[in-house]
Write a protein that binds this ligand. Structure first.
Ligand code: SF4
Ligand code: SF4
Length: 329
């Protein structure tokens, strides 16, 4: 689905964006992808991270990120990867952000916290008031291990136990959110209902607690797209996403209030566009060194067919569902 003669692509037409496309309304969150290296190789990974990837954000780029984050007055910096713990400068970066009075959120896959050399990170996170978001696509071992590798469920539970012991998930100021994504080509179930199931089952089976569950739709990108193609389901999945378009999600789309910075300092509208190599455009520079807050705050967003993944059903963002529930989806 490319752009039509009116210059609008299929997503912009369905979303009713008009001639000016989808536009941002501010920069409230700065998301930073500190590298594509990961100790896992999950079957649905949209950035295709793995232990073999070498792309890593260097320290001078991190220093620039601290400067622009300060300039934005953002609510928080959201650190993602790969596994952020695989970047050797992660702790230094967090300490610098904390010292600048900027709140920090780290997206962890949990198992990276158990890797050699990372044992002290949980305590360091607590000392620097880091909010944590961790992947846990199911409370059942077989589903987690099928998607994320053998033994991942058990090691993730062990990491959650260590975080719980420090107060994460127990204390309101030590946020530990879990992320669910479907194992196959379906939309996530209702976030509030699934959260109750997770709370009951994780407590009963493993005695662990968490703050909230966030449901995220699998994007038709990276390894998940390769998988869809291999089972001849790509068209069907895209049809599901387009058919489930919900205009109520448009206001909350994360790209409207955040900017994403890739490991090499390139600016993107979101981490999905990072995966696609589609930097910010439409007259705005994508170089971190040219960071122009007023232009970026009201930019035209670079969209494509993958955007239907954010607007399907209850909607999806790195912060979970965008609307509470949608009847009939
Ligand atoms: S989904 Fe997350 S944990 Fe899995 S390979 Fe990708 S970055 Fe690593
Ligand atoms: S994929 Fe990115 S640009 Fe597209 S709607 Fe989602 S957040 Fe916005």
């Amino acid at each position: 689905m490319g752009a039509g003669t009116d210059g609008l692509n299929a997503f912009e037409k369905v979303a009713g964006c008009g001639t000016h496309g989808l536009r941002s309304v501010g920069v409230e969150v700065v998301q930073v992808n500190v590298g594509l290296r990961c100790n896992q190789r999950c079957s649905h990974c949209h950035v295709e991270a793995s232990p073999e990837r070498t792309e890593t954000m260097d320290w001078p780029t991190m220093e620039q990120v601290v400067t622009v984050a300060r300039q934005t007055g953002c609510k928080f910096v959201d650190i993602t990867g790969g596994a952020p713990e695989m970047n050797p400068n992660l702790a230094r970066f967090i300490a610098e952000l904390h010292a600048a009075g900027i709140a920090v959120q780290v997206r962890t896959n949990f198992t990276a916290l158990l890797e050699s050399g990372n044992e002290d990170l949980p305590l360091f996170f607590r000392q620097n008031e880091v909010r944590l978001v961790g992947s846990m696509p199911c409370y059942l071992e077989e589903n987690v291990d099928a998607q994320r590798g053998a033994g991942t469920h058990g090691r993730s539970i062990e990491a959650i136990r260590r975080l719980n012991a420090l107060g994460y998930g127990h204390r309101p100021d030590l946020v530990l959110n879990l992320v669910y994504n479907p194992v196959g080509p379906q939309l996530p179930p209702r976030q509030d209902q699934l959260e109750s199931d997770y709370r009951r089952e994780l407590s009963r089976r493993h005695g662990v607690v968490f703050t909230h569950l966030l449901t995220i739709t699998n994007m038709p990108l990276g390894r998940f797209r390769t998988h869809l193609r291999s089972v001849n389901m790509e068209r069907e999945y895209m049809d599901l996403l387009v058919r489930s378009f919900n205009k109520e999600t448009l206001d909350g789309l994360m790209c409207r209030r955040q900017i994403s910075i890739g490991w090499d300092g390139t600016l993107y509208d979101c981490d999905f566009n990072v995966a696609l190599g589609m930097p910010v455009d439409h007259g705005v520079s994508c170089n971190l060194s040219d960071f122009d807050l007023s232009a970026l705050a009201h930019r035209q967003i670079v969209t494509g067919d993958h955007c239907f993944g954010c607007t399907a059903g209850c909607g999806s963002s790195c912060g979970g569902a965008l609307v509470e529930s949608v009847l009939g989806v």
